[in-house]
Design a protein around this ligand. Sequence first.
Ligand SMILES: [Fe+2]
Length: 440
Amino acid sequence: MGLKRSIHRILVFRLAISTLCICAILSAIVVFMEFKAVDERVIDRALLGAEQFRWLIIENLDAPGLGDHERIRSVMKRSATKTTRRREGYFVLARILDPDLREIAKVSDEDYQYIAAVNDYVDKGLDRSVLAGQGAWKRMKHFKKDVVVIHLVSELKNSANERVGYIEGVFAVAPGILAKARWEVFFTTLIAAGIVLLTSLLLYPVIMQLLRRVTSLSADLLHANLEILSVLGGAIAKRDSDTDIHNYRVTIYAVRIAQELHLGDDEIRTLLKGAFLHDVGKIGISDNVLLKPGKLNPEEFEEMKKHVRYGVDIVNRSTWLNDAIDVVGGHHEKYDGSGYDKNKHGTEIPRVARIFAVADVFDALTSKRPYKEPLGFDESMKILMESRGSHFDHEMLDAFAKIARSLYDEYANRTDDKPRQDLSKINAQYYHPDLVSYMR
Ligand SMILES: [Fe+2]
């Protein structure tokens, strides 16, 4: 249920984000297109108007210094009275400027509500550099919400086609155009959201079905991988013992120490695999050494030490298992460097291997073996503490000492199903609960 809910949540979240993104992009496109259309119509009108006006004042344009400026003003006023307001808006201000951008003539609609702001805006003057080399220039200006003007400047040429001045206009975009743009944005957004939601509704069952299949395959894969752990760990245990229960107890001890030390989930998963497989390399040790009842002679001990290297070789062959390498390769190292296989010491030994060493020796001391009876809690702890800082990392041993009594009471020398059941619960905690099948 948990997995299904989390996939559902991710899917809904992603779809919501996609909807928002698509709506935002479409809205921006609609606004751009709407204003571009108004812009183009206004520019066409302005250029046409400028051309007509140019011929009305062509004699001024041909005269030095634009001739009689009073005449230009009167022609402008006459033209302005003929101008009608159109659906998109209208010109609220027009100016004739000389080549140095000095005002020659001006007409404006004093009834326009924002004429003061427009006058203030054009009085700030034009940036001469933006006009350099250009026949026309324009800019859209937002004074406030619903007050948008298009500011245009076009050059004026005399009959010899020489630039003798500029005509400037400020076109107030009708509020209706802005309302229309807003409505189109709203409408387009609504349509886009509807399409995305409808598509999502159609795709949702398909995606969920595919995810269920992938999840089922993942669960099978995890099940198979955990079985490999169980089979490998059990196979070697069967060679030198009747039962593999030691692997379960020692893995539980190691994980509990790691939890006490607040290790991350990844490191604990490493420990879960490594602790369970720590002696997997014993599979390559000959029976006369592995099963010898008495003490090993130096040559036999050298042979026995090879199980570490064999174990590393084995787990290295599996991508899923090879993070067990830290424990498998380091479980006989000692903190003072007197262990094997690499004679590492201190923090050179991976932390998970230092944790495991404590768990392994504690379980060996407190378990019954064919050649010995289990030791009691106090005696076992005394032996461990004697090796604090030599065999064992003091930090790991101290963390273990805090929980050792309860672990001893719960698991020591226990051969029933409890360690197996409890390790299953730990696996469920560190792998996805819905994907875990219990190790048997
Ligand atoms: Fe070992």
